[in-house]
Design a protein around this ligand. Structure first.
Ligand code: NAD
Length: 357
């Protein structure tokens, strides 16, 4: 099959990890008889440098015509003091909104060999395998523009959600749970926030549509605590934008490094955008030592969710696990033993496994 993939390498280590992903995807294409066409477009700080905007119109229209989008990361100190409309992150928020990528899925699964790389005790994280379903286009990050009042000494940020926006992400949470262990944890702050009260009402209403799913409600503060004290109790967590943002970064410690966490952002019937959960890691950009695995796992999610290429996706995941089992690791992973390798060597090892399968 032919698939047109738009690449948004972005900033920092973005281009390095996207290169790794295109190499692996090309090998998958050859092996399974697919033709992947890659169309690289600008976003973030590098787009600001080239076009004076973090999200050029050309990028948006290429993404709208793509079969799927693979993004590296945006941001870096070079643009930290820019005015807010010229911040790299605006590009990311803008593309999510432009494509209505309302559902962010982050699977968090520890690799056995890397359990010791987590700052948490091995016996605590053993058996953890969860999926965070986060609302991505509403809530505090998209409220009416923030306001400074009282000569800049008071601020107003707005948290607003429509019933429709809540219903579709809650449905996605239930549907994701149906495909896994059928347990859904809904995270909110219903003891304080009106938005969370409506959220909880909707979750209760939806139970009747998904009778096979067991549902629990957790306040976000308790959820944050339980994620690191008893992570294996979770299967699918569904939550709004900001809570999901914070909880999914917290959950990354279960995998040993941010460099291991993929994500998928999906529209209702449209295109999907896939990206690692980490940022642009400016501290190691250009050194060739970035861990490409989060991006490669994101590429696998792309094959699975956007193209329904399950076998191809599973082979990438198997190859990654096999390389980690062989003891290969990149510098971000605090493992006790094995062979430390760089981005290119890790990519080559994964490709070698795929080719000999
Ligand atoms: P970061 O995730 O970029 O880096 C945090 C730490 O993890 C750094 O020490 C970095 O070297 C390391 N790290 C991250 N990914 C790695 C990988 N693949 N391999 C090896 N090490 C890795 O977070 P930060 O330092 O807080 O932010 C840096 C920039 O990235 C900022 O400009 C921030 O706004 C931006 N950011 C972008 C995204 C995104 O594009 N989705 C997400 C978060 C942060």
């Amino acid at each position: 099959m032919e698939k047109n993939i738009v690449l948004l390498p972005g900033d920092g280590i973005g281009p390095e990890i996207i290169d790794a992903a295109t190499e692996v995807l090309s090998v998958i294409g050859t092996k399974f008889g697919h033709t992947f066409t890659f169309d690289s477009q600008a976003i973030g700080g590098s787009a600001i440098d080239l076009y004076d905007t973090p999200l050029p119109d050309q990028t948006v229209s290429a993404c709208k015509q793509a079969d799927a989008i693979l993004l590296g990361a945006v941001g870096g100190p070079k643009w930290d003091n820019n005015p807010s409309h010229l911040r790299p992150e605006r590009g990311l928020l803008g593309i999510r909104k432009a494509l209505d990528l309302y559902a962010n899925l982050r699977p968090v699964k520890g690799f056995k060999k890397l359990l010791s790389a987590s700052p948490l005790k091995e016996e605590v994280i053993k058996g953890s395998d969860l999926l965070i379903v986060r609302e991505l286009t509403g809530g505090l990050y998209f409220g009416t523009p923030s306001e400074r009042r009282d000569n800049g000494n008071a601020v107003v940020d707005t948290l607003s959600y429509s019933r429709y926006e809540m219903e579709r992400i809650i449905d996605k949470g239930f549907q994701s749970a149906q495909l896994r262990s059928k347990k859904l944890t809904s995270v909110d702050k219903a003891n304080v926030l009106e938005s969370s009260k409506l959220w909880r009402e909707i979750v209760e209403e939806k139970k009747a549509t998904y009778p096979d799913v067991e549902v629990e409600h957790l306040l976000v503060d308790a959820a944050a605590m339980k994620l690191i004290t008893n992570p294996s109790q979770f299967d699918v967590i569904v939550t709004e934008n900001m809570f999901g943002d914070i909880l999914s970064d917290e959950a990354s410690v279960l995998t040993g490094s941010l460099g291991m966490l993929p994500s998928a952002s999906l529209a209702e019937n449209g295109v999907g955008l896939y990206e690692p959960a980490h940022g642009s890691a400016p501290d190691i950009a250009g050194l060739g030592i970035a861990n490409p695995i989060a991006t490669l796992l994101s590429a696998a999610l792309m094959l699975r969710y956007s193209f329904s290429f399950e076998e191809e996706a599973a082979l990438i995941e198997e190859a990654i696990e096999a390389c980690i089992d062989k003891g290969y690791y990149t510098a971000d992973l605090q493992v006790q033993s094995g062979k430390k390798i760089n981005t290119e060597e890790m990519t080559e090892a994964i490709i070698a496994y795929i080719e000999q399968k």
